[in-house]
Design a protein around this ligand. Structure first.
Ligand code: PLP
Length: 399
């Protein structure tokens, strides 16, 4: 027996699992490294490079000695620039204050700070299914319990107040909304968000709204936000967002929360005792991105158009070569979530299915079980059009 398996971990982490999506994509990368002919459609990051002017700002920051600790909540200029960007995007003229922003090491730390600060033993936090794989793990890390609520397929699995009400008990303290969604690409309209916020306000439930894909929205430049709602509906809301997806900056590790000041102060305190601050040069690079005005907008728009073209190509190919297979039509983000029901063998779940497809046709997919739905699989379309064409060809032959 290894030392690790003999170790008695604390209850804090005993049940903790490594990120399911990162684990599968590691396996795919290993096969590629071994020289296997594999098309990797697992990865959840833009394939575009970080914009030049942002990279340049990072280099300048290093050369100008911006390499020391910063305040735990982030450099004031970046907090102010993010607040200004939120104000610019806001549909209702709301004012955003720099002190409500806490800069984090990626959206993941923003989610961790929020969930760990707001929930604890005895609390339940609603995770609509399909959920991003990290949410239930973070809820469990806070020793609270995830409560899974599934919307109807005909509504792209988006939940309604009726769905919530059916699962509600007085233990429910939080609701995590992710729009545009990873893994489904579904996007809540402002009216749908209003209905959820009204329910949460009435039930005194916190909303954590993960809007990290907000700028990758196909019908318009920016998806509706919970903060577009009137202030009386956003008293108990924490916004999670970041630079990773919108500015193709996944490796720089810059995310943020926006919340009321007392909450922001608590998040900063938590961070000051755990990670101190997000990387200093990365904060200066993100400052260039958030302050980037027309230049930044043009870069974001170029990527949005690129993802839109691929979304259209992929849905056309899929309908043509795999007719009748059900999928969620992506309105945002860069994921395609489809049913594997008609392809699986008796007793075969989504993990075994994805392993079989990887072995037989060399296409790397993420099993739907990572998002709470074992009869689905996710492919990312953050890949070249040639890769997407070959992948659908291979899948249609295999299936
Ligand atoms: N939220 C969702 C829905 C995501 O898909 C991701 C990354 O895949 C994140 C948050 C975390 O982003 P980051 O890389 O900034 O930690």
């Amino acid at each position: 027996m290894s030392v690790i398996s003999e170790t008695q971990f604390s209850e804090n982490v005993a049940a903790l699992q490594p990120s399911a999506t990162l684990a599968v994509s590691a396996k795919v990368r290993q096969l590629i490294a071994e020289g296997k002919d594999v098309l990797d459609l697992c990865v959840g990051e833009p394939d575009f490079p970080t914009p030049d002017f942002v990279r340049e700002a990072g280099i300048q920051a290093i050369q100008n000695g911006k390499t020391r600790y910063t305040p735990a909540a982030g450099i004031p200029e970046l907090r102010a620039a993010i607040a200004k960007d939120l104000e610019r995007l806001s549909g209702n003229g709301r004012k955003f204050e720099g002190h409500g922003v806490v800069v984090t090491a990626g959206g993941k730390q923003a989610l961790f700070n929020t969930i760990f600060s707001l929930f604890g033993p005895g609390d339940q936090v609603i995770c609509p299914v399909p959920y991003w794989t990290t949410y239930p793990e973070l809820v469990e890390l806070a020793r609270a319990k995830p409560l899974f609520v599934e919307g109807e397929e005909s509504r792209s699995y988006k939940i309604t107040p009726d769905d919530l009400e059916r699962s509600y008990s007085s233990d429910v303290k939080g609701l995590i909304i992710n729009s545009p969604s990873n893994p489904s690409g579904a996007v809540y309209s402002l009216d749908e968000l209003r209905a959820l916020a009204e329910w949460a306000t009435e039930r005194d439930v916190w909303i954590i709204t993960d809007e990290i894909y907000r700028k990758i929205y196909f019908p318009e430049r920016v998806a509706p936000s919970v903060f577009d709602l009137p202030e009386e509906l956003t008293q108990k809301v924490v916004l999670v967002d970041g630079a990773s997806k919108a500015f193709a900056m996944t490796g720089w590790r810059i995310g943020f929360t926006y919340s009321s000041r007392p909450l922001a102060d608590k998040f900063a305190a938590l961070q000051s005792q755990t990670t101190s601050n997000a990387s200093s040069p990365a904060q200066y690079a993100a400052l260039a991105a958030f302050q980037g005005g027309e230049q930044a907008e043009a870069e974001v728009e170029k990527m949005r158009q690129g993802f839109l073209r691929r979304r259209d190509l992929l849905t056309t190919l899929f309908r043509g070569k795999l007719p009748g297979v059900r999928y969620v039509h992506p309105e945002g983000a860069f994921y395609f979530f489809f049913s594997i029901e008609s392809f699986t063998r008796p007793g075969e779940g989504s993990i075994a299915f994805c392993e079989r497809i990887l072995g037989e046709s060399g296409v790397g997919l993420i099993p739907g079980i990572a998002f709470g739905q074992d009869d689905m699989a996710r492919m990312s379309f953050a890949y070249s059009e040639d890769t997407l064409r070959s992948a659908i060809d291979r899948l249609s032959k295999a299936l």
